[in-house]
Ligand binder design. Structure first.
Ligand SMILES: [Zn+2]
Length: 366
């Protein structure tokens, strides 16, 4: 490890030149609106399209070949998933929901509300033809079944106990929906990215001090459990990683620099581990929200691997960003509030010192 850090430090002036040199030409990159693009690709499913709205007429036998068994059971056999399955039912991330079978746009996140029923619930559909209805008298109940307007797959049911202004509740199976977060929740020049580099206290403390970073929030992403607690994540069984959500000003820093800091302050070559912290919750991971973030991440990883900056190959995973869950308040600004604690002095302090040394010209002016 000593040797690889040494190598990295030798190469850093090069990277930094690169990072600074690219500041200007990256500023003008604007993300394209996602509405007109095929935002999800499912090569195994030839009927899937986020743009084509023409009605499909596909046999159940054919659907069985192209859908996962779980999705097939719900979409084509009107099965109902268990309540509180997945993380979608209480997600508040802004974005668009599509039919998981055919890709048709069904809802926008601002048509969604958190219902205690445990299924993703909406009060309005994206447009009049996106969802169709049918009487459903199964199980001795009189209900209205909601179906995809393009492929006629079962989505869930429609009830009359929703909030204003419609009073409707579209109670959907999460598995029937694909969700794509908005490109970025941009406010002027602000952009966000979610990174996991082991213990979030450490990563947060470093970015708090980088010029151009407006906000850093510690939390969790990438798991199968909605709103997991720190204790649940610590078991390593939720699939969630400790992450930080970084909001930065594109005119003062850029993705390249954010990633260079990331690869300086943690070890991206140890699988599911940072020093003494072991488990998938400590994996090295970049949650990309846009193609631009994904490409930038791929390119720096290739660059570092090619330059053999570390003793071994980078194992950082690139995962599509879905939902970020903020950790409890006492986890926020942990280093700043607990500087005397042994963990802070032994584990976090050296990372900050390294960061301050390498990026000394890029620290926030105090
Ligand atoms: Zn559909």
């Amino acid at each position: 490890m000593q040797k690889s850090i040494f190598n990295f430090l030798l190469l850093l002036p090069l990277f930094m030149l690169n990072a600074c040199g690219q500041t200007n030409n990256k500023e003008n990159t604007t993300s394209k609106p996602i509405a007109m693009e095929n935002v999800i690709s499912k090569p195994e499913n030839p009927y899937y399209s986020n743009i084509d709205t023409k009605k499909l007429d596909v046999s159940d036998a054919e659907w069985k070949k192209v859908l996962s068994p779980d999705l097939y059971a719900v979409a084509r056999q009107a099965d109902t998933e268990r309540a509180f399955t997945g993380t979608m039912w209480n997600s508040e991330t802004k974005g668009t929901y599509y039919c998981a079978a055919c890709g048709l746009k069904l809802f926008r996140s601002d048509q969604k509300f958190t219902s205690s029923c445990g299924w993703p619930s909406f009060f309005e559909q994206e447009n009049k033809s996106s969802i169709t209805f049918k009487d459903d008298n199964s199980y001795g109940m009189r209900r209205i079944e909601a179906l995809c307007g393009r492929c006629n797959s079962h989505l869930g049911h429609l009830f009359d106990d929703g909030p204003e202004p419609t009073g409707k509740r579209y109670c959907m199976n999460a598995i029937s929906l694909d969700f794509v977060p908005d490109a970025t929740e941009t406010k002027g020049n602000l952009e966000t990215i979610v990174l996991g580099g082991g213990c979030y206290w450490c990563v947060e403390a470093v970015y708090e001090n980088l010029e151009g970073v407006e906000k850093v929030v510690s939390g969790f992403a990438g798991g199968t459990v909605a709103n997991p607690s720190y204790e649940e994540v610590c078991t390593g069984r939720t699939g969630a990683a400790e992450v930080v959500q970084i909001t930065y000003d594109k005119t003062k820093t850029n993705l390249d620099e954010i990633f260079h800091v990331f690869f300086t302050v943690h070890d991206p070559t140890t699988l599911n581990r940072q020093g003494g912290d072991v488990g998938t919750q400590y994996r090295s991971v970049i949650f990309y929200a846009t193609e631009e973030q994904k490409k930038a991440a791929e390119s720096i990883i290739a660059e570092l691997n090619n330059a053999k900056v570390y003793g071994s190959k980078i194992v950082t995973t690139l995962e599509p960003f879905k939902t970020f869950y903020k950790a409890k308040d006492y986890h926020q600004n942990y280093y700043e509030n607990n500087k005397d604690q042994p963990y802070c002095q032994m584990v976090i302090q050296p990372k900050i010192e390294k960061f301050e040394k390498v990026f000394k010209d890029r620290l926030k002016k105090k």
